[in-house]
Ligand binder design. Sequence first.
Ligand SMILES: C[S@@+](CC[C@H](N)C(=O)[O-])C[C@H]1O[C@@H](n2cnc3c(N)ncnc32)[C@H](O)[C@@H]1O
Length: 296
Amino acid sequence: MNRGHPDPGTEGGRDTLVTEKKPDETEPAPDLALPEFDTAVAHIARVYDYWLGGVSHFEVDRRAAKMAARDFPGIIRGVREQRAFLARAVRYLAAEQGIRQFLDIGTGIPSANNTHEVAQAAAPECRVVYVDNDPMVIANARALLRSDKDRSTFVAADLRDTGTILAEAQRMLDFSQPVAVLLIGILQLIPDADDPYAIVGRLLSAVPSGSWLAIAQPTGDVKTSQIAKAAGRFNQRASTPVTLRTHAEVSRFFAGTDLIPPGVVQLHRWRPLPGGPESDEDIPAYCGLASKTPAG
Ligand SMILES: C[S@@+](CC[C@H](N)C(=O)[O-])C[C@H]1O[C@@H](n2cnc3c(N)ncnc32)[C@H](O)[C@@H]1O
């Protein structure tokens, strides 16, 4: 978990990244130069990494993460179940639906069971394009994917900029063949004012029929008062606020697609593995997986 990236440290009371330069090391290649990290405000990618037990976070992220976990103690179980949904959906697509191309937007800092690892375990020829706009994710993804350049790549872009995402993705993916578009834990970071439904629509129109859409998104439908408190206080500290969505609002992202059973459900209730989940207690996040049907 979280191998191959620099460890954050503290120096003079201010968070810095500690990087060790070996004696024979020349200047890094341009694509390896470390981006600037904003340590004044919490970033969801780094907060999420903290909740998942990673090491790529700063004090400001840890404070926000701990505060949210105090307001809603189920948060750690929720983020683990989100990763587990991602793995189950990718495995299902690669092993049971023959999907060989994945566009994973809102990648996050590499953790266990990254999309290319799960997909390629089922079918080694699977190709994955990752997209994220966070500098810490960018630094980590470059390091992780260096050994898998023929089958995985990373695009630094904002989800709203679908033109750039689609143009860059087509360098590695063949858009005449089905593509699985993964939007796991990212749509809540796009406020209604930026029309996330239109964004999903643009992505889906660019991929051929037989493609797939996977979504996971937090809700305030269950554990309502705890979640409202946690989200409200988190939003005061975070660079990007979280928008909770109802079951109907999450379902609307799948308009015009064929949702496979069990439909839009809480993370742990989506096709659990035999023997799981550990608990059936509510998790305030929905997910679903749907195929794009032939036009007309
Ligand atoms: C909660 S993490 C989810 C990570 C991963 N998909 C998972 O389920 O483990 C959300 C990720 O989306 C990224 N993100 C947030 N807003 C974004 C945007 N507008 N464009 C691209 N990436 C974004 C964040 O940087 C972060 O890495």
